[in-house]
Ligand binder design. Structure first.
Ligand SMILES: [Mn+2]
Length: 269
């Protein structure tokens, strides 16, 4: 398995780079604990199986080449054909990866927002709120789950998204949504899961810069997540975790568990 740590957090949600690094620490901790464990444990399957690549943005040159570096790191990880966990800073940190996935990949994106905003007060320049409009090359197939957007019109949404399952649809009938996601994932060539942390309700994951109420709760998320895993899931990206806004490590606990659960799940396929 490949873990890529890409703590880029410019042009929105400054501070989320620290979130990517903190989740990388969690992965190190999981691996170190497993290494020291003398009794049989589920994490034995991870021994010697997880490679971490940690990129830094601590020089002007490293920042200037962020997109090329991201694409190179994504290509290298994807070429391994192993499961990839991409730990991004802000949501923009996932763009180079999405650009490498190609148009055959179904990206199921958990996000409170539909990142295609171009209103009078939003920037036309590339940002974490509009990057889905700035693809370099073919865009993967995009499906949103859990958005609470109240601005965009359906025609605008469907310019970019093949399908959206807003939070109110999920709340109304999570099992129908799970059923449909299972069917879509199962029939896809490849599936990538993209989690923007603000998809979760702020009460269970407060550490985000753009919180919106009425988000997903963990049991419902798990129902949908499990459904997607019926398909050929090639990786998971996590972004927009801002630990400076966390409260008693609530968010870190949730994400740490999800990371460990996912690594075990991928290793046991
Ligand atoms: Mn978002």
């Amino acid at each position: 398995m490949r873990v890529v740590v890409f703590p880029f957090d410019l042009f929105g949600s400054g501070g989320t780079g620290a979130g990517a690094k903190l989740l990388a620490d969690t992965v190190h901790e999981i691996l170190d604990d497993t290494e020291q464990e003398t009794r049989p444990c589920r994490a034995d399957v991870l021994r010697g199986q997880v490679q971490l690549k940690e990129l830094a943005f601590d020089t002007p040159a490293a920042v200037a080449k962020w997109r090329q570096r991201g694409r190179a790191a994504a290509r290298q990880a994807l070429d391994s054909r192993e499961f990839v966990l991409w730990l991004g800073g802000n949501h923009l940190a996932v763009l180079p990866l999405l650009e490498e996935l190609g148009d055959e990949t179904l990206v199921i994106q958990f996000d409170a927002h539909l990142d295609v905003y171009r209103f009078h007060d939003t920037t036309a320049e590339l940002s974490h709120g509009n990057y889905l409009k700035h693809f370099d090359g073919p865009r993967p197939r995009l499906v949103n789950v859990g958005h609470r957007d109240l601005f965009l019109t359906p025609p605008e949404i469907h310019e970019t998204f093949e399908m959206v399952y807003p939070a109110w649809d999920v709340a109304n009938d999570p099992h129908r949504v799970a059923y449909e996601l299972k069917a879509e994932a199962s029939s896809a060539t490849r599936v990538w899961i993209d989690l923007d942390c603000d998809a979760f309700d702020p009460s269970v994951l407060p550490a985000v810069t753009q919180p919106l109420p009425f988000g997903l709760l963990p049991p419902v998320f798990l129902t949908l997540y499990e459904a997607i895993w019926h398909g050929p899931v090639m990786g998971l990206s996590i972004s927009e975790f801002d630990p400076g806004r966390d409260w008693r490590q609530t968010s870190l606990n949730l994400l740490g568990w999800l990371v460990e659960y996912t690594l075990l799940k991928a290793a046991n396929r």
